[in-house]
Design a protein around this ligand. Structure first.
Ligand code: A3P
Length: 318
């Protein structure tokens, strides 16, 4: 059972006071630096709880992403793959439930509302950096799937998301300001580059445990990614399923076009630690190159320079 009562709250408040604080994105809520990354306090509380209490099972599958890198999509894909024998494609829960409710975040809701894992669909999700994952995730040998995305697209998506949350407008918080902070590494779960690199290195060191996908590659070639994902999750598509176009059906069910038009995703809400969030916040453009419409050439070049500098020794690029 989780241990988070009044005592836990006080302990957390005390810890928070010892951490570096960076405001900027959504004052009055600050970001705090913990283990080299920046977090909003409600997420950080969940991370600290998870680090103390989360018990990973060997058959867990943890979907890891930085915010705005493709979480909603990978949750839907993994859920559709693992649930395909229990539901046909016309009655899949994804048609009536946003993928964030089908696959829970460890630090947001799982750790606070301890529920049993479904042995058929043992999916959990997290935005935690690799180096901050609870120790039991390393020890259990469970599988991890990471989705990384071009940092330029992550920034633009994050900026729109936060504007839509309504705490600021474009005049108070222009993209130039968001860009500056993002490049400095001061963004939710940032520095983004370190986040992606942590999982990239892990995927090279532990390829049987950690699968690394890129959003742009998934958009370009969803078919081979869905097949690879199914194999990695231990449920490859059979010849018969392939002949029955099951791969294409998963892709269609989870596509931006399908999901963004569903009633539940147009009008529904999910709980988040601080407030309910409209499901439609998770569906904006769903494209790889929309950033060109929002970043100047100089802004894009600065991000690319940082990417080269951070990633060049490790063979990662977007
Ligand atoms: P854009 O803002 O660039 O459109 P996350 O799910 O990690 O919060 O990321 C949200 C981003 O993924 C948004 O990007 C959103 O539009 C996009 N997205 C959501 N569902 C998607 C899907 N099924 N396929 C592709 N992209 C999707």
């Amino acid at each position: 059972e989780p241990q988070n009562g009044e005592e836990g709250k006080v302990k957390f408040e005390d810890k928070l006071k010892t951490l570096d604080k960076g405001d900027f994105w959504t004052p009055p809520v600050n970001l705090y630096r913990y283990e080299g990354f920046w977090f909003f306090p409600d997420f950080l509380e969940g991370i600290m709880l998870a680090q103390e209490q989360f018990k990973s099972h060997p058959n867990d599958i943890i979907l890891c992403t930085a915010p705005k890198a493709g979480t909603t999509w990978i949750k839907a894909l993994a859920f559709a793959i693992l649930s395909r024998h229990g539901y046909d494609f016309s009655s899949n829960p994804l048609l009536t439930t946003i993928s964030h409710e089908c696959v829970r975040y460890i630090e947001v809701d799982y750790i606070r509302n301890w529920t049993k894992r479904d042995p058929e669909i043992p999916l959990l999700a997290t935005h935690m950096p690799y180096t901050s994952l609870p120790k039991s995730v390393m020890d259990s040998g469970c599988k991890i799937v990471y989705v990384g995305r071009d940092p330029k697209a992550v920034l633009v998506s994050l900026w729109h998301f936060l504007l839509k949350l309504g705490r600021k407008d474009k005049v108070q918080f222009p993209i130039e300001k968001a860009h500056e902070l993002f490049c400095e590494g001061v963004s939710s779960y940032g520095p983004y580059w370190d986040h992606a690199l942590g999982y990239w290195k892990a995927s090279l060191e532990r390829p049987n445990n950690v699968l690394f996908f890129k959003y742009e590659d998934m958009k370009r070639d969803p078919c081979s990614h869905v097949k690879r994902l199914a194999e990695f999750l231990g449920t490859p598509f059979s010849g018969e399923e392939e002949a029955d176009a099951a791969v294409e059906k998963v892709i269609k069910l989870c596509s931006f076009e399908t999901l963004s038009k569903l009633e539940v995703n147009k009008t529904g809400h999910i709980d988040s630690p601080s407030m309910p969030l409209a499901n439609n916040l998770f569906f904006r453009e769903g494209e790889s190159k929309d950033w060109v419409n929002h970043l100047s050439k100089e802004m894009a070049e600065r991000i690319d320079r940082i990417s080269v500098e951070k990633f060049k020794d490790f063979g990662l690029s977007f």
